[in-house]
Design a protein around this ligand. Structure first.
Ligand code: UT7
Length: 362
């Protein structure tokens, strides 16, 4: 299990002199003693909305069938936000659960990093609203937007290095309300996605789930294969573009995305195992980005991983973008799929193309 607040090692930046004044440079010298391996996940949590959208619901709206969706993706249902619910509501719900799990109050957080492709609004970023709603101090809070389904692990990796330098406790949240922004008429994409949020607290702690290794990469040459073009400077918001449906038009070359997802998620997984000097047999569970059941099966085959070590919740939640790994990790822990001391491998892939993987010791 993850640690409670009382188990936490003191955080160096908070260790002051009894007169409340910090020796110049003291925080820095103490902070430099933190190694990458002393940073870990102090707590985690997730949120999925109540509303269930089944394959039959989709078949009533677009030219598709339960048989096609299940056979091609493994998805049977997904959750969608209720009217009025927004990305901030989702992120705050997941963040509060992660903070409670870490035994921390919002005011003890030193930074917030939020991964999303479906922000609250164009500007300011979602993290600003989350800082306010949580009642956090006036700390740095910022989004890492547009990294697709790899966004969560990229944000955790950034949090890891920032926590290492300052001994900070950093809230990382990932949120997607894809149902609100996608086309409900495009059968090639709409049936794949679901809404959710997940969060972790990253920081130093003797009994944290240690981040043993991490890797990430980008191939921007493939940016045109998966993405949403309208809304940026290339195709600005306009009535004309909106009427043409461009603001909901997700471009996706499914087969190429499929192939690259299998290759990159497998290779990234192998990289973190090599970095940590452990074998796949040492890993208790792989928690991958939930893109497609067949992608996960192909990754398992490529790695030589027994099916029972590949966690999947895609049947009930679909592809929840950047939220999929923290949602799956939270559920895997609830289901007792890993125990204290176990190695858990996370691997992801998304638009960009971006990919990232991470090895944790719980
Ligand atoms: O996180 C990143 C997000 N994206 C992904 O992860 C997508 C990765 N790719 C995939 O998951 C798969 O490529 C898909 C599930 C999207 C498609 O599966 P596939 O086995 O690659 O399908 P396909 O290319 O063999 O078949 C596509 C056919 C087309 O019909 P024709 O041209 O063969 O007659 C589509 O029009 O399936 C048709 N199709 C559908 N039919 C019924 C596409 N979507 C649907 C649908 N219902 N919802």
């Amino acid at each position: 299990m993850l640690q409670s607040a009382t188990d936490h090692e003191p955080t160096p930046v908070h260790r002051g002199r009894s007169d409340g004044r910090r020796r110049p440079g003291a925080a820095t010298s103490e902070a430099t003693r933190l190694t990458a391996e002393s940073i870990g996940i102090l707590g985690l949590g997730a949120y999925a909305p109540e509303r269930v959208m089944t394959n039959a619901d989709w078949a009533a709206r677009v030219d598709t069938s339960d048989e096609w969706i299940v056979s091609r993706t493994g998805i049977e249902e997904r959750r969608f936000a209720a009217p009025g619910e927004t990305s901030v509501d989702f992120a705050v719900a997941a963040a509060e659960r992660a903070l409670a799990d870490a035994g921390l109050a919002a005011r003890q957080i030193d930074e917030i990093i939020l991964a999303t492709d479906t922000p609250e609004m164009y500007s300011p970023d979602t993290a600003a609203f989350v800082q306010d709603r949580l009642g956090a101090r006036e700390i740095p809070a910022f989004d890492m937007a547009g990294s697709g389904c790899a966004g969560f692990l990229l944000a955790v990796d950034v949090a890891r290095s920032r926590a290492r330098e300052g001994g900070k406790k950093i809230l990382v949240a990932a949120v997607e309300l894809i149902s609100r922004l996608m086309s409900w008429e495009d059968r090639e994409t709409c049936v794949l996605f679901g809404d959710a949020a997940g969060a972790v607290v990253v920081g130093p702690g003797a009994r944290a789930a240690r981040i043993l290794a991490a890797t990430a990469g980008t191939d921007g040459n493939k940016a045109g294969i998966l993405g949403l073009e309208a809304g940026g400077t290339r195709v600005p918001f306009s009535l004309e573009a909106a009427r043409a449906g461009l603001h909901q038009k997700v471009v996706m070359h499914g087969r190429e995305v499929f192939r690259e997802a299998v290759r990159r998620m497998s290779e990234a997984a192998t990289t973190v195992l090599e970095q940590a000097g452990v074998g796949l047999a040492d890993v208790a569970l792989v928690v991958p980005h939930q893109a497609n059941r067949r992608i996960l099966d192909a990754v398992a085959r490529r790695l030589g991983l027994p099916a029972e070590k590949m966690f999947s919740n895609i049947r009930l939640y679909g592809n929840t973008g950047s939220a999929s790994i923290p949602l799956a990790l939270t559920q895997a822990r609830e289901q007792g799929r890993f125990r204290p001391g176990d190695l858990v491998l996370l691997t992801s892939f998304g638009a960009g193309f971006h990919w990232a993987a991470m090895l944790l010791r719980f």
